[in-house]
Design a protein around this ligand. Structure first.
Ligand code: SAM
Ligand code: GLN
Length: 286
């Protein structure tokens, strides 16, 4: 068989991906993964011939992605806040916008709470465990609980916690139910709940491969925030920090819901670099 050089393989991939309306850069990411090199090394080795095995694997995985399989499902992981999280069809692939939620919360925790040791944090709808595990590793003094309604998702999150060495607790259940039943109060509640309106049409790669349970939330995408507004007062007491990821355009509605239950709290909407509202943070004082 004729061997292909790196640049030839990339050229083939980019035209195949383009034909299928996929991101042309996917070829570079897959080849980096197959050759186990970073981007600068790959670009420096444009004339290096691939082995037959490497080429066949590349051809196969680029084709899989062209047909719609997410790259992260091909590689089996996604990077989040500098760490690798295993992902599969049972969990949302963690997104860069959720890294901004982490960043915003880390910035506020130390100002809001003079001492983070023994503070209790709950991540509701943990999926791959991205939020809960990252918070525990960034602030080891926190006592972290992660919940999800999906046992399959919790199994992935547990495996990630084990691999990444994060000692956190897991509980299966519907939204805040597990906390209400245990009568446990939290100091920090974080959630990236499903927030996409049910009739929205998503990119085919997302729609066909990521769990609907992780994405959709009623007619206007706000169902989970309404349920949080009803139950949050049962799971916090006095001083508490609450932060949600939201869909672009939902800030006003989510702020109004939070103000209706915590009228004296400081409630902020944070915008991303593209000017979209993506986070709502509530600082409740006793
Ligand atoms: N926290 C992860 C992240 O940020 O990458 C996953 C977020 S994903 C948008 C929402 C998660 O909420 C999914 O893992 C889904 O299984 C879970 N979920 C959906 N409905 C739920 C419910 N009623 N109670 C608890 N978790 C739920
Ligand atoms: N950010 C995800 C997307 O747009 C949605 C995540 C969510 O519903 N919480 O695909």
């Amino acid at each position: 068989m004729e061997t292909k050089k790196v640049f030839e393989a990339l050229k083939w991939a980019s035209s195949c991906l383009k034909k299928h309306n996929r991101d042309e850069n996917a070829g570079e990411w897959l080849l980096q993964w197959i050759l186990n090199v970073d981007r600068s090394k790959l670009l420096a080795e444009q004339r290096m011939p691939l082995t037959e095995d490497q080429w066949l694997r590349f051809e196969q995985t680029v084709t899989q992605h062209a047909l719609g399989k997410p790259i992260q499902h091909i590689m089996g992981y996604e990077e989040f806040y500098g760490r690798k999280f295993k992902v599969n069809k049972h969990v949302l692939i963690p997104r860069p916008e959720t890294e901004e939620l982490i960043e915003a919360v880390l910035h506020r925790i130390s100002n809001f709470f003079p001492e983070t040791r023994d503070l209790r944090l709950a991540d509701i709808g943990t999926g791959s465990g991205a939020i809960a595990i990252t918070m525990k590793l960034e602030c080891p003094g926190l006592e972290v609980l992660a919940t999800d309604i999906s046992q399959d998702a919790l199994n992935v999150a547990k495996e990630n916690a084990h691999t990444l060495g994060a000692n956190i607790h897991f509980r299966q259940g519907d939204l805040l139910e597990p906390l209400i039943q245990a009568g446990e109060k939290q100091d920090i509640i974080l959630s990236n709940p499903p927030y996409i309106p049910v009739h929205d049409v998503l990119d085919e790669v997302v729609q066909e491969h990521e769990p609907a349970l992780a994405l959709f939330a009623g007619e206007d995408g706000l169902d989970f925030y309404r349920r949080f507004a009803l139950d949050l007062p049962k799971v916090i007491q006095g001083k508490a920090l609450i932060a949600f990821e939201i869909g672009a355009g939902q800030g006003e509605a989510v702020v109004a819901l939070m103000k209706s239950i915590f009228p004296t709290a400081l409630t902020e909407t944070l915008w991303d670099i593209n000017g979209k509202d993506r986070i709502v943070i509530v600082q409740c004082k006793p």
